[in-house]
Design a protein around this ligand. Sequence first.
Ligand code: TYD
Length: 205
Amino acid sequence: MKGLFVVLEGSDGAGKSTFRERFEKKLEELKIPHLCTREPGGSKVGEKIRRLLLDPDNVMDARCEALLYAAARAEHVEKTVKPALEKGFLVLSERYVISSLAYQGYGRNLGKEAIWKINEFATAKLMPDVTLFFYISPEESLRRKTESLDRLELEAMDFHERTRVGYEELIHSLPVNLIHADKSPEEVYKEGEKVILDAWRRCNG
Ligand code: TYD
């Protein structure tokens, strides 16, 4: 049995967590060995870095922010993702490198090349087998956000606009499965489920 590394991507409120919650039940039903995880976080140290990153009190330099996301990712890859893949698990991560390219590369204007370099180092070049990109409009994204906002979500509209433009460019240049997430939750779920289960069956026959 071979592991499969799946990443859920998309802007805040695009429906990644809703998808993950339902899909996790399906994985249990099908008895597929799996691990659901998230970024920033997904490891003991990574969760501590997450608290630093999302605390609205922690105003920080953009490069500091980019390196902290990459640091959390390095720990996540080594301590959580790789060991599970080696055991043949389906690993499902909410967010990965594309988030850093969009938010730090475009949103923070650090440039996608610089962010790519630190992330190649952080991940030791481990890239997902499948990326589902949940696509919704920025207005819809803000409308869906009801709970208290974290530090990134509190950023000005131009930051979110640059991030959105970044995502638009990235989804056309990277190998992602685009899911139009403004469709009904049922359609969105079914589409995503099919992509992942097909990939799992292809590698586990
Ligand atoms: P989270 O509550 O996990 O957001 P969501 O539920 O929308 O995924 O918070 C993660 C925040 O961190 C989110 O605003 C996106 C941001 N982020 C980056 O800026 N760069 C990154 O590399 C990652 C993984 C997340």
